[in-house]
Design a binder for this molecule. Sequence first.
Ligand code: AKB
Length: 324
Amino acid sequence: MTTPATSSGDTILVIGAGGQLGLELTHELRRLYGASNVVAADVRQPQDAELTQAGPFELLDVLDQARLTEVMRRYKPAQVYHLAALLSATAEQQPKFGWRLNMDGLFNVLDASVELGVRQVYWPSSIAVFGPDTPRENTPQLTTMNPNTVYGISKLAGEQWGEWYFRRHGLDIRSLRYPGLIGYKSLPGGGTTDYAVDIYHKAVAGEAFECFLKEDTYLPMMYMPDALKATLDLMHAPAESLTVRSSYNLGAMSFSPAEIVASIRRHYPDFQVSYRPDQRQQIADSWPASIDDTPARRDWNWQPDFDLDKMTDDMLLHLKQMQP
Ligand code: AKB
């Protein structure tokens, strides 16, 4: 990881701190910059007591612009990480709310950041910006997009608005197109790639797993430590080295359900798995199978540390330790 670019004493605000990425990112930012300098905010009281007790915590609905502005005026953050969103599968169930949260939430953060002179904003995009017309293998940074999910449309629109705020207002907004994220510290909610988290929990619990995707469905994935490293490295990179202001493609590994099962069976040879594809299969089929992340590697030296078996070994080790 490169040296932190934030000066000591600066405040950082993480919106959506109770989510899968938010939780781990907040802990990591507090470790790097001091717990009292990192304000965690979420629409719900998080389960993780450390998040609310180790440093400042605010209950915050990002759609409530007055409250957002009040929180931001009070803490005067130099950096804002805006992670609150509805993921792909949930947004298909609640399309209007998904659109509102993902877009209006972003506008509220961008406008308050411009108004209050925030130095840097981080906002996550996703492989969901690509669609069925996109080349599936080694999907390049610039290509046909045409996403066909509410989540993907909102992420693509968000990327373009981010670029507009950068050009029009000089807002230093940075973004990554995450693949499916896998970690042991919290469960994701409502994503198409989430099977790859649940499967480890079932293996360790000694239970059978029913997969909602077909066994040969390849998707780009990433282990959480790599996602944290990428996010912080991007935020610490000198502005002049960044050539992408929409959102960077980010790759690490690509595997199918059959391959993750094989990786887990190295530890649990009797692990039982069945396949019952549901509506999430269509979403997965519209996304890339693998990602070309050349601009991220070139501009800020991106390189992942984890492949499938290394991730499996680490996930299973930690989940076993966490068992009651
Ligand atoms: C989802 O599956 O919706 C997310 C994503 C790939 O952005 N994990």
